[in-house]
Design a protein around this ligand. Structure first.
Ligand SMILES: *Cc1c(COP(=O)(O)O)cnc(C)c1O
Length: 458
């Protein structure tokens, strides 16, 4: 497979440190084998997340100089509102400081304690905010999404027959909202088809249920629809985006992903009404005045410019092409991963690569440590290590997958970097049988994977 050449040239560089294997062994030991505790300076290729880690363009940096820092009614705010109308077709667009801020403002307004909220799969902060609002989150992804080896075009889809039976079982009045995550982050950045969005929206409408789009990767989802749904082969990503958002009533967005900024977010409502008034009150208490929402005027400028750049077809072809190139190199080497690759990451199936390590010795974390030692690459466990213990029994829970996620920052790394990643995985595969599992020596009660201490199993 040919690498899709970059549709940009490089004007500014950020040096990264090369380290020796012996140094890396010491760094990761000192970090208690937890990659979050490494100093980022000691990482050569950082694939921990694609959130807020992208490079801004010269147009975005230029726009920053035009930021209007007025407390209210700034020019930069009105430019964002225009973009919100043009790209998404929504009446009300509220800037906020990041995605979870939008969730914090929204969910208490739409969820009555005890109600259910159903999603094609919740992102962890979205799930947390549903819970904080007293709601009960249910994941409802299509069965293909849970089979890592089998190819399927739209593994992020909602399981519509199951959604229908959940509505029948609990009663529409007990379902506060349906959340459509595009792309579906938690199953590997997998896309949702337009057909599935139409079907889900029609079912919601039939029962009078609100549809919320969790829109962090709107542009990557639009690209996959263009490539894989015949009806949209000639449509632009912008046209596809407009239709996608017509199937929602509200959207929350982390702009740190496809909108190509290092910090920012949005909360938008398709039609003006009482929900908008309620949102305004909460935004002023939590985020700041309506026309800046926790961001500087210059941040709004960079975000608005990024919203358009994220939809550029050549950029998207290159972006998804990077993921596909890495996937093709792994496939050739027989390294198992969530197939096809998603929009923002390659999910290595560490459970299959390290079959001798049981789930409670964390294969995804073992591979994360090995990648760092092998080549200074930082990934992230998305498996049983990331799961907290059962709050009642204290038992280790078993995740449906044991993945090591390699998230690719936008416009940051080159083909040669991706080759380093593929070569490191091949070297690890060749010595896989000698790799040990891990046990936890210290852990907090919740969200343990960020701060736990581990050691190799003897
Ligand atoms: C990142 C993300 C969020 C949360 O956004 P933050 O900007 O990290 O607060 C919510 N949903 C999805 C799908 C995301 O990827």
């Amino acid at each position: 497979m040919r690498y899709m050449p970059e549709p940009f040239k490089i004007k500014m560089v950020e040096p990264i440190k090369m380290t020796t294997r012996a140094e890396r062994e010491a760094f990761i030991r000192d970090a208690h084998y937890n990659a979050f505790s490494l100093s980022a300076e000691d990482v050569y290729i950082d694939l921990q997340t694609d959130s807020g880690t992208g490079s801004m363009s010269d147009s975005q940096w230029g726009a920053i100089m035009r930021g209007d820092e007025s407390y209210s009614g700034g020019r930069s705010y009105y430019r964002l509102i225009e973009a919100g109308k043009e790209i998404f077709g929504y009446d009300y667009v509220q800037p906020v400081h990041q995605g979870r801020a939008a969730e914090k403002v929204l969910f208490p307004l739409i969820v009555t304690p005890g109600q259910y909220v159903i999603s094609n799969m919740f992102f962890d902060t979205t799930r947390a905010h549903v819970g904080l609002a007293g709601g009960r989150a249910i994941d409802c992804v299509c069965p293909e999404g849970l089979d890592s080896g089998a190819y399927f075009d739209f593994k992020g889809n909602m399981d519509v027959p199951r959604l229908r039976s959940l509505i029948a079982e609990h009663g529409a009045e007990n379902i506060a909202a349906i959340v459509m995550t595009i792309t579906n982050n938690s199953v590997g950045g997998q896309p949702v088809s337009m057909a599935n969005m139409r079907e889900t929206a029609a079912l919601a409408k039939e029962h009078g249920i609100l549809v919320v789009i969790d829109a962090a990767r709107y542009a990557e989802n639009a690209f996959f629809i263009k490539e894989r749904e015949a009806e949209f082969a000639d449509a632009t990503p912008l046209e596809i985006t407009r239709e996608m958002f017509s199937h929602g009533d509200v959207f929350t967005m982390s702009a740190k992903k496809d909108a190509l900024v290092n910090m920012g977010g949005m909360l938008a409502v398709r039609e003006d009404g009482p929900l908008v008034d309620a949102i305004k009150t909460r935004v002023i208490s939590f985020e700041g005045y309506l026309t800046y929402g926790g961001l500087a005027g210059r941040d709004l400028e960079a975000m608005t410019t990024g919203l358009y750049e994220g939809l550029d077809y050549d950029y998207l072809r290159y972006r998804i092409g990077q993921m596909q190139y890495l996937g093709a190199r792994l496939e050739e080497a027989g390294i198992p991963f969530q197939n096809p690759v998603g929009g923002h990451a390659v999910f290595i199936d560490a459970g299959k690569l390290l079959p001798h390590i049981p789930y409670d010795e964390f294969p995804g974390q073992a591979l994360t440590v090995e990648l760092y030692i092998e080549a200074g690459i930082r990934g992230c466990d998305i498996g049983s290590y990331m799961m907290d213990r059962d709050p009642e029994t204290g038992e280790q829970q078993r995740a449906p997958f044991e993945f090591t996620r390699l998230a690719i920052p936008r416009r940051v790394y080159t083909q040669a970097h991706l080759d380093v990643v593929a070569d490191a995985l091949i070297a690890i595969r060749d010595r896989a049988a000698g790799i040990k599992g891990y046990q936890i020596t210290w852990e907090p009660k919740v969200l343990r994977h960020f701060t736990s201490h581990l050691k190799p199993v003897d």
